[in-house]
Design a protein around this ligand. Structure first.
Ligand code: GRF
Length: 320
């Protein structure tokens, strides 16, 4: 298994860092910890990481402009080979430049049920509001503090005699469970059916006059009106005993289908039930899908079934 490399940024205790790195010791964990870095050379978590044989890096932020300190951290992360950054109690506001460099590749854990209680003092605010539950959230990091898309949450019941401290220590147990699993899920998202379906959907619906409709339980995309539209693509997720997740698109016929199967048997297969009518299935779960190629196929298939009024201009353009 190829593991994703992650860098964990901490400022203190580092108990979430511990949870992440102990989870990473499991053979089937899809990530490995390439670096633990801190803005505080005395952060307690650094010693634990070093004792566990993880490379560490620290550089105090004192007397440095925010951008300059972020750049130093960024350089260390790049040197470690990490592709993802996991913030775990990193008590620094990050510059927009740093956040944009790690866009979609940086996660944080926050001790509230976001979007409730961004920032500090989350437990007391939940208690004061009379909430039945507090909790924790793992989210993607965007320039606005604690505002990025939430990837996973755990609710933690507030007990009648809870104070901020007791609630914090119970929430921490939930954090330690949540973060490793949310990170593992995130780094493997490109192999998950929902993510793949979403990629196809965005591309199919970007073509003109298209809509989605279920066909025997599988999402399919049609061009034309709701009433008379025709399917130009279907998504199949291990249907009919097939082993793969795939996209069905229309070829010009059996000759083209046979040529494709011959040219790249790892990528193409003949879909059960549709095969005889010249549809071809393209595997989407190889982990190295060329999404530009999928867009081209969708456009080609769309054009094959789209009403003349939509393709006329393209046909004319083709003649020149
Ligand atoms: C945790 O409560 C986390 O939710 C927040 O900072 C705290 C870090 O604790 N972002 P630790 O350093 O992981 O023990």
């Amino acid at each position: 298994m190829i593991k994703s490399k992650i860098a964990i940024l901490i400022s203190g205790r580092g108990s979430n860092m511990g949870a992440l790195l102990y989870a990473a010791k499991a053979e089937d964990c899809p990530y490995e910890v390439a670096l633990v870095a801190s803005n505080d050379p005395n952060a307690r978590g650094l010693a634990l990481a070093a004792a566990e044989g993880i490379p560490t890096f620290s550089h105090s932020h004192k007397a440095l402009a925010r951008e300059d300190h972020d750049q130093i951290m960024h350089d260390a992360i790049i040197r470690s080979g990490a592709e993802y950054v996991a913030l775990a109690g990193y008590m620094r506001i990050l510059s927009d430049a740093f956040v944009s460099k790690w866009s979609q590749h940086m996660l944080n854990i926050h001790p509230s049920l976001l979007p409730k209680y961004k920032g500090l003092d989350t437990y007391q605010r939940a208690i004061d509001a009379g909430d039945s539950h507090a909790g924790c959230s793992v989210h993607l990091v965007t320039p606005e503090l604690d505002d990025g898309p939430v990837l996973a949450q755990t609710e933690v019941a507030i007990l009648p005699d809870d104070d901020a401290e007791s609630l914090a220590s119970r929430t921490l147990i939930a954090e330690h469970q949540l973060y490793p699993s949310a990170l593992a899920k995130y780094v493997t998202r490109e192999a998950q059916p929902e993510w793949i379906l979403d990629q196809v959907r965005q591309r199919a619906l970007a073509l003109s006059e298209t809509h989605e409709r279920l066909s025997f339980g599988s999402p399919g995309w049609r061009v034309g009106s709701e009433k008379t539209g025709k399917y130009f693509a279907y998504f199949t997720q291990r249907l009919h005993g097939e082993a793969s997740i795939g996209l069905l698109v229309k070829t010009s016929g059996l000759d083209e289908q046979a040529a494709l199967l011959d040219a790249d048997p790892d990528l193409y297969y003949a879909p059960k039930f549709y095969g005889k009518s010249g549809w071809i299935a393209i595997r989407l779960d190889t982990g190295r899908t060329d999404w530009g190629h999928i867009s081209d196929w969708l456009a080609k298939s769309w054009r094959m079934v789209a009403p003349k009024k939509l393709t006329r201009m393209m046909d004319i353009a083709d003649e020149f």
